[in-house]
Design a protein around this ligand. Sequence first.
Ligand code: MD3
Ligand code: FE
Length: 204
Amino acid sequence: MQKLPDGTLLFPDFLKKQEQEQLVASVRDVVKRAPLFISTMPKTGKPMSVRMTNCGTLGWLSDKENGYRYQAHHPQTGNAWPPIPDQLLAIWDELSGYAHSPQACLINYYGTDAKMGLHQDRDEQNFDAPVLSVSLGDSALFRVGGENRTDKTTSFKLNSGDVMMLSGKSRLAFHGISRIYPGTSMLLKQGGRINLTLRRVTEL
Ligand code: MD3
Ligand code: FE
């Protein structure tokens, strides 16, 4: 039983099965209006293995030409992102202790073989607000270290319905998803994992 880094709070099984199903239905509505797309790495253009979309006033994406960024519209449709579902805003209000609503909700979809390399989230102007992450579907192995890439990391599983909050010291910690465990959840008919990440992007 390893200790989570300072500032990392895990709420195992925070969402009941029915709440998870409701959230998946909301994600499906978002994806109908803002289809999943593949971001590519700055400069190299190498595609990420995760497919993504967003809801909220700002969405995160990356491409070869313009790199990591937040923008107000979908890269393919040009439409504004759909609003963040009320159920997610309620989770933010309950857990974050932050007086302002999240601006961005990144929706990551991991197929069986998708991963996310060790990285920091530093495309936001606001590191005071916490980051809230909701896991749905198949379990994943999450890895988190310190503020330097070479700091030692600890790994733990994130299961469907778990909510994690990163604030303070862990807000700039390196982290990633090492692997997905196929067949560990029945929530998504096609399998795989959805992660929803709520963030403040701008200074107030
Ligand atoms: C630790 N997503 O989208 S969420 C990302 O499961 C991202 O899809 C992973 O990392 C996923 O950037 C992990 C949990 C998370 C989110 C933000 C963090 C962990 C974090 C920020 C700082 C430290
Ligand atoms: Fe991240």
